[in-house]
Design a protein around this ligand. Structure first.
Ligand SMILES: C[S@@+](CC[C@H](N)C(=O)[O-])C[C@H]1O[C@@H](n2cnc3c(N)ncnc32)[C@H](O)[C@@H]1O
Length: 343
């Protein structure tokens, strides 16, 4: 469809200042990819992710590691936008099915709708708002003994990162929340207000290797209502750093808080512990990580699993995105893929 046909415009376009929309909610064309395919193509060609979407990372490498076959059962433990799932699903047909898990109650129904619109019915695809730490319980509830392939693409989706209302955005002001499931637990603003400087210093070090002693002193116990207030406070606390290093610290503080409010490491550790029991003999697992705290845990669990005889084979080394993919999608830059095959 042409991008500028008057008959095809929505009745009331979002109002914004200037020539082009800048804010997430103003990018109405990007939110309607089926209608504005030209706009989407332009955004993708510029190395950006269209608002409200997510670009799957290392698709070819994930498909090679998972080696999905007709009739098999898959669990995509981090369904997100469904980017990987929509590539895996056809490979399972005829006769196979994919369980899509995600903790996010806001994006999950949208993704379910998109995959249904692509023709995947209840027999081939089901969506579950479940933390992947609870994979064994989900399998029991759905009457499945074990699956043939499992994918976990850790961290947050672009939809979560880019929507300021979710409280992950460093660029735009939003509530300091950082929860994947805003119906559970407490927002990052409350956590920060309750933490002592000692506990915050430990959390920053453990979750994101942020070791500047000044930061915890300056941030702990304070109330920051918005993402911008916190980002500015981090910048103010580190006046002697170069601007680039200061921005890295801002990212590390947000990452550390996000890991804490979502209890990400304990979910990952539980998932890794449960994995061998959830996989059929010969079953494959692929896990994409985005920082050292995640990759360390996956590497160790696979190596231990190999030593203990649960896995017959594990990735000899970590798989990284190609230079082309990193150029086309800078958000893929820090991704690392590891895989294992159940004995
Ligand atoms: C990087 S995105 C996945 C993107 C997806 N592979 C795609 O191609 O569209 C990570 C997703 O995992 C979800 N997630 C993260 N940790 C989770 C957990 N412990 N349990 C369930 N879902 C989780 C997030 O809500 C997010 O939607």
């Amino acid at each position: 469809m042409p991008d500028n046909s008057p008959a095809d415009r929505p009745p009331r376009r979002v109002r914004y200042r200037g020539k082009n929309p800048r804010r997430f909610e103003e990018k109405y064309k990007e939110h309607e990819p089926a209608r504005y395919s030209e706009t989407i193509a332009k955004v993708l060609a510029s190395g950006k992710t269209p608002a409200g979407a997510h670009r799957p990372v290392m698709v070819a490498e994930v498909l090679a590691a998972l080696d999905a076959r007709p009739g098999e059962i898959a669990a995509d433990c981090t369904l997100g936008f469904g980017g990987h799932a929509r590539e895996i699903l056809p490979l399972l047909q005829p006769g196979g099915r994919l369980l899509g898990l995600d903790a996010d109650p806001i994006e999950l129904p949208k993704t379910e709708g998109r995959l249904r619109a692509l023709g995947f019915d209840e027999n081939s695809f089901t969506a579950h708002r479940v933390n992947f730490a609870g994979l064994p319980q989900l399998l029991t509830r759905t009457g499945i003994t074990a699956v043939d392939l499992t994918l976990a693409d850790l961290g947050v989706s672009s939809m979560q990162l880019d929507d300021p209302r979710r409280g992950f955005s460093l660029k735009f002001e939003g509530p300091l929340d950082l929860r994947m499931n805003p119906e559970r637990g407490s927002p990052a603003s409350l956590l920060l207000q309750k933490l002592s400087p000692e506990k915050l210093a430990r959390l920053l070090l453990e979750n994101s290797d942020e070791s500047d002693p000044e930061l915890a002193q300056r941030l702990a116990g304070r109330m920051f209502s918005t993402t911008r207030e916190l980002a500015d406070a981090v910048r103010d606390a580190l006046p002697s750093l170069k601007a680039e290093e200061r921005e890295l610290s801002v990212r590390r503080v947000f990452q550390a808080l996000r890991i804490a409010v979502n209890d990400e490491f304990s979910a990952l550790e539980t998932f890794l512990r449960n994995l061998p029991a959830c996989l059929n003999s010969g079953g494959r697992v692929a896990i994409i990580t985005f920082h050292s705290g995640e990759d360390r845990r996956v590497k160790k669990a696979f190596e231990n699993g190999m030593r203990e005889g649960y896995y017959a084979e594990i990735a000899p080394e970590v798989v990284r995105p190609t230079a082309d993919e990193r150029r086309a999608n800078p958000r893929a830059t820090s991704a690392k893929l590891r895989w294992a095959r159940r004995s």
